[in-house]
Design a protein around this ligand. Structure first.
Ligand SMILES: CC(C)(COP(=O)(O)OP(=O)(O)OC[C@H]1O[C@@H](n2cnc3c(N)ncnc32)[C@H](O)[C@@H]1OP(=O)(O)O)[C@@H](O)C(=O)NCCC(=O)NCCS
Length: 203
């Protein structure tokens, strides 16, 4: 043993006197409708995936103004937009639905979107948030939700949607091109049991 190693061992405190690591906090969150103050966090969460992944086909990051417009547009249409927050108030992720098309006959059908901050993934939050989104859609009278998912790098999203009863209804090959490679889309659909019988989008 080297001399300095001997000294180091001698200086070590007995186990019961050593500082114990902080106990790990349980992962806790609550889910609520989005507020204007959430927009900067939402932007940051989404832009991470725009810049670093092919789970979204957006290539340009979104601005705060774009997110504010989106929120206002969905609010006017009465479409659910939820966030999950930590006990300290940090936004951990969001889920929303938007019209599938601007053509009016589509008014009972929406496309959904769900993104969590990287540190919040893999802990059951995606499931809780998507369940809450589905429930909110049923309250709003929506009949069909469609998830359009990248065929590369989105295994977690496909697994989550399938766990919650979405069924694959089709694929399109090579419709996107990002980071120098072709990407396809997978369509998963879920039929809902709407609480309200009368339509969507103020019609
Ligand atoms: C996709 C995403 C929303 C899933 O949320 P999550 O909190 O990580 O997932 P959960 O921990 O709630 O897991 C939900 C279920 O999917 C399964 N799952 C999650 N990730 C998986 C993976 N990579 N492979 C296989 N199964 C997976 C879990 O086992 C779990 O199943 P269970 O409830 O039967 O145990 C989240 O990971 C995320 O935001 N990813 C990056 C952005 C993204 O891809 N968004 C979707 C774009 S279409």
């Amino acid at each position: 043993m080297l001399e300095e190693e001997y000294d180091r061992d001698r200086r070590r405190l007995p186990r019961h006197l050593r500082r114990q690591p902080e106990p790990e906090q349980p992962f806790a969150f609550s889910i609520r409708p989005v507020e204007d103050a959430d927009v900067p966090d939402i932007r940051e969460i989404y832009n991470y995936y725009v810049t670093n992944s092919v789970v979204t086909f957006d290539e340009d990051t979104w601005s705060i103004a774009q997110w504010r417009d989106k929120r206002e547009q969905l609010q006017k249409l009465g479409l659910p937009f939820l966030v999950a927050q930590s006990p300290a108030g940090q936004v951990l992720g969001y889920a929303l639905v938007q019209p599938m098309s601007s053509k009016s006959a589509y008014r009972f059908s929406v496309e959904n979107s769900i993104y969590l901050g990287q540190a919040a993934t893999g802990k059951g939050l995606g499931r809780a948030l998507l369940e809450a989104l589905i429930e909110a859609c049923e309250e709003a009278g929506i009949r069909q939700i469609v998830a359009v998912i990248s065929d590369k790098g989105a295994e977690g999203s496909i697994a989550l949607h399938e766990r919650l009863g979405f069924v694959e209804v089709g694929r399109m090959g090579r419709v996107g091109y990002k980071f120098g490679r072709w990407l396809g889309t997978i369509y998963l659909q879920k039929s809902l049991k709407p609480a309200k019988k009368k339509g969507l989008f103020a019609r």
